[in-house]
Design a protein. Structure first.
Length: 141
């Protein structure tokens, strides 16, 4: 049997996405999103824990989505975990990040009144595919 490396996250961007171009000419966007878990302890105290996730998005999707990937924006993403390693001053360093395959803009964040910035997913055309507009039925929760 094979293996599965699949990540699904819904969270808010912690900063605007930065797009860089590799020496080979390929665009890569990097940003982080926060996911927050809320629960009540046995003592009845409300608790909250926030996790931060590093995200990378490659190619044309990085270029086309960059204007919409702004601090505070809520997104749905699918991707896979990827760990990179590099040497610095004789020591090995590692980072694990999510390589995004699909991103859907949900809401929040700053914006100039565009439909995608107000959180209205109906009518939004995902620039990463030729799919039909996203509706509430498309969101898996």
């Amino acid at each position: 049997m094979g293996s599965v490396n699949k990540v699904i996250l819904v969270g808010n961007l912690g900063r605007d996405a930065e797009v860089r171009v590799t020496p080979g000419g390929q665009s890569v966007a990097s940003f982080s999103i926060a996911t927050t878990e809320n629960w009540t302890s046995r003592e009845g105290e409300k608790k909250e824990q926030t996790e931060w996730h590093r995200i990378v998005l490659w190619g044309k999707a990085a270029d086309s989505l960059q204007p919409y990937l702004v601090k505070g924006k809520q997104i749905y993403l699918e991707g896979r975990l990827q760990t990179r390693q590099w040497d610095k001053d004789g020591q090995k360093h590692y980072t694990t990040e999510v390589k995004a395959d699909k991103i859907v803009l949900l809401g929040g964040g700053r914006g100039g009144g565009r439909e995608a910035d107000r959180g209205d997913s109906a009518g939004y055309q995902d620039p990463m595919s030729n799919a039909a507009p996203v509706t509430d039925d498309d969101i898996p929760f």
